[in-house]
Ligand binder design. Structure first.
Ligand code: CTP
Ligand code: MG
Length: 232
């Protein structure tokens, strides 16, 4: 059985507005409720730790959802700080070498099938894995004037999604090492890569989008409507 750390301490600067995006209404519920229920409904997941901003007035105060525990802790200034705080707040029953998943609060459309695919990949993996989507568009690099400097072959390019799964202790050590080095890592895989490790890419659904701008909210709504309650 596996625990999930959910960083939810962001301000949503790119989204804008007063209420952070993870608490916006999505089909009559706070966005983060879809995220947490989507995770906790999976039979291999036993609980979540949610990293919140200090004195978060929007957190509904759940202690359990889907009959599984919901713990909280205080997040930090960067996403990686919030993830590290969440890992340190895991219950003692989570073994040092247990797999722990990290999933963005801002990804409400996580599907059961994607979680199962990630768990299946972990069975035979020594390092850890992340959901990712192959890049479909042609990719350009710009120069300082906003002109195309180069076309980057997309064959080996992926967009990193979440959940990302690593062993509890290894991930703590990797995030602490990045912190000590003063390097901001934008996902867990990047912290592991710094140490020379090569996380496994597991192809995940394009539906598992991160709500970043207001336009994404409408897309997430239509995806959730299509998924219904089954989340297959
Ligand atoms: N996050 C966090 N702690 C931070 C920054 C981000 O827990 N200091 C969380 C966000 O709440 C979100 C996830 O990390 O669920 C992914 O981050 P992102 O989409 O970048 O959210 P924000 O940082 O809130 O948005 P922005 O970058 O536009 O400000
Ligand atoms: Mg951010």
């Amino acid at each position: 059985m596996t625990w999930v750390v959910v960083p939810a301490a962001g301000r949503g600067a790119r989204f804008g507005g007063e209420v952070p995006k993870q608490y916006l209404d999505l089909l009559g519920r706070p966005l983060i409720e879809h995220t947490l229920r989507g995770l906790l409904a999976h039979p291999s997941i036993s609980g979540v730790v949610v990293a919140l901003s200090p004195n978060d007035p929007h957190w509904p105060g759940w202690r359990a959802l889907e009959s599984k525990p919901v713990l909280t802790c205080m997040g930090g200034g960067e996403r990686a700080d919030s993830v590290l705080a969440g890992l340190l707040a895991l219950p003692d029953s989570v073994a040092k070498d247990a797999w722990v998943l990290v999933h963005d609060a801002a990804r409400p459309c996580i599907k059961s099938m994607d979680l199962s695919r990630l768990f299946a990949a972990l069975k035979s993996d020594p390092v850890g894995a992340l959901l990712a989507a192959p890049v479909r568009d042609t990719v350009k690099r710009s120069d300082a004037d906003g002109r195309v400097e180069a076309t980057i072959p997309r064959g080996s390019l992926w967009r990193a999604l979440t959940p990302q799964a690593f062993r509890r202790d290894s991930l703590v050590r990797a995030l602490e090492a990045a912190q000590r080095a003063g390097e901001t890592v934008t996902d867990e895989a990047m912290a592991m890569e710094r140490l020379g490790l090569k996380p496994l890419l597991v192809e995940g659904s394009e539906d598992n989008l991160k709500v970043t701008t207001p336009a994404d909210l409408a897309v997430a709504e239509s995806i959730l409507r299509r998924m219904g309650d089954g989340r297959a």
